[in-house]
Design a protein. Structure first.
Length: 334
């Protein structure tokens, strides 16, 4: 990591604005792009994913990064691929022409969603810097925030990494840690890490301009992979331990949400807590449903369901849901 002395040197000599091309798509990336622009760097090009259908009307909607780039007046390119030998060679060629014309000193990448081929990695004189939401080498891959909560990690953080051809395998440049709080959801932790990533990339760009970044190879021990979240993972398996299910509920908020079957409906579970009880029952069996609480047996322990959501409804306290969907001790949830 860059030392305190290195950062001090950067503050003296690393304030020259850089030409920073940016590649990112969701809100996590938009927070960083805003900080880069506010730090005074020139943003000659923004790469982001193509507009996607969203909302009830499935209207084509620009990504948060595209919306911000347009507000900043930065040029935007949205190729479906940057691989010149891939499925969309014309779009890749147009992307290359746009990057060549932008003449970036550095390309900052944050949750872009496309694999960068070698020609992109080689193009900027300072290379490509990635804002990754974990303490590498733990949780390389697509869903580091979700998986950290799901696994019960007590801390995570941001790594600014010099990108190479591997999957999050490049040298580490800056790292800052962030505790995972007991009640953190992915939404809450995401927002803190997005703000942290924005602060850290501005510092990294200052260090890069001053030639003060110190690359450190990732250790070979401790590598884990944060595989992309699949919608199928939303289904609650009551045979799992209660503490594992409680973490999964928080990890899958807001996407894809944890869900169970009751009364022929798929019900989302948004908040739960572990209950220590002496009851012995098959996983999924209702242990208590007195109008105020709903406690369900798990493979180990029990889970008190607190906030739920029925199809087409809003999140509500379980007591409110039980008024319309009464359950009894001994009922079994799917």
């Amino acid at each position: 990591m860059a030392s305190t002395a290195s950062r001090a040197a950067a503050s003296d000599g690393g304030n020259s604005p850089l030409r920073v091309a940016f590649a990112g798509t969701p809100e996590f990336a938009a927070v960083a792009l805003k900080a880069i622009a506010e730090a005074g760097h020139v943003v000659p090009l923004v790469l982001t994913q193509p507009d996607r259908p969203a909302g009830r009307g499935m209207k084509l909607t620009p990504s948060p990064v595209k919306q911000l780039a347009q507000a900043l007046g930065a040029p935007v390119a949205q190729p479906r691929s940057l691989r010149l030998d891939g499925k969309f060679p014309d779009e890749a060629a147009a992307g290359r022409a746009a990057l060549d014309a932008a003449r970036p000193d550095v390309l900052v990448v944050a949750a872009y969603g496309l694999i960068l081929p070698q020609w992109v990695l080689d193009l900027p004189r300072l290379g490509c810097l990635n804002i990754h939401g974990s303490l590498l080498p733990r949780w390389r891959g697509a869903a580091p925030i979700h998986r950290a909560i799901e696994a019960g990690d007590t801390e995570t953080g941001i790594t600014i990494m010099q990108m190479d051809a591997g999957l999050d395998t490049g040298d580490m440049l800056l790292i800052e840690r962030e505790p995972v709080l007991r009640d953190d959801t992915t939404a809450r932790l995401h927002d803190r890490l997005a703000a942290l990533g924005a602060r850290l990339i501005v510092r990294a760009l200052s260090d890069a301009a001053a030639g003060a970044l110190v690359p450190v190879r990732q250790p070979e021990q401790g590598v884990t992979y944060a595989h992309k979240i699949d919608k199928a993972e939303a289904a609650i398996d009551w045979a799992l331990p209660a503490d594992a299910l409680e973490r999964r509920v928080r990890a899958f908020d807001p996407f894809p949400g944890a869900a169970f079957q009751a009364g022929g409906e798929t019900v989302k579970l948004w908040r739960a807590q572990v209950e220590r009880r002496d009851d012995v029952a098959a996983p999924g069996t209702v242990l208590a449903a007195d109008g105020q609480q709903l406690v369900v047996a798990c493979g180990d322990g029990a889970l008190a369901l607190l906030d739920v959501q029925r199809p087409g409804g809003k999140r509500a306290a379980v007591a409110q849901w039980l008024q319309a969907h009464p359950l009894r001790r001994g009922d079994v949830l799917g």
